[in-house]
Design a protein around this ligand. Structure first.
Ligand code: 5GP
Length: 182
């Protein structure tokens, strides 16, 4: 895509697909006798969820949740609103949250607490990207794709005002970030 706001490539398409295949294998091994319910966090995780699920050779099930975090342009506040809740009951399920990116960790901390209260047998997190050194709260991440520098990134599900989600790689965004996180 010829767009001056697409900056340096942080993770290219090949690296993404290779790492996701490895994550899928690790998850398939760990959950061999208790296939997980994958809970994708919309919208950012939709592309990762689709590729990750195809890399897990187990009868997984799917559900999705949409949340919106309020804050300034580039920082979430930890105030999270559920825009779309899960369809399925989590009681006794082995839940694996599939998240696009962890920045402050506040969104994930809220989600983990919320889902944990619903009676799941286990709850783990698989995050594609984690920004180095920015977490304000400790969240246990069982599976992490890549640890990246603390720049604002786009692509592979991540947007700026709904654009760039279809880039097959992760790139730095070099334009002005004035969106609210969605
Ligand atoms: P946190 O609560 O960890 O600070 O923020 C998590 C959410 O903020 C992510 O799920 C994502 O929607 C959004 N976010 C955080 N960093 C970025 C980024 O670099 N680019 C984009 N497009 N969204 C981000």
């Amino acid at each position: 895509m010829n767009d001056p706001n697409i900056g340096r490539i942080v993770v290219d398409e090949h690296e993404l697909q290779q790492r996701i295949r490895d994550l899928g294998k690790a998850i398939a091994t760990d959950y061999d006798d208790h296939p997980p319910l994958l809970v994708g966090i919309l919208k950012g995780a939709f592309m990762f969820m689709a590729d990750l699920a195809r890399a897990i050779d187990l009868p997984v099930e799917f559900d999705f949740m949409a949340v919106s975090s309020y804050g300034s342009a580039t920082r979430t506040s930890g105030v999270v609103r559920i825009m779309k809740d899960l369809d399925l009951d989590l009681t006794d399920r082995h839940v694996l949250i599939v998240e696009d990116i962890v920045d402050s960790g506040l969104t994930l901390a809220y989600l983990s607490k919320n889902l944990r209260a619903r009676g799941a047998a286990s709850l783990e997190v698989c995050a594609l990207l984690v920004k180095e050194g920015l977490q304000k709260v400790e969240t246990e991440l069982k599976y992490v794709g890549f640890r990246i520098p603390p720049d604002f990134v786009i692509g592979y599900g991540l947007d700026v005002d709904e654009r760039y989600r279809n880039l097959p790689y992760i790139a730095e965004f070099t334009g002005a970030v004035e969106q609210k996180f969605t």
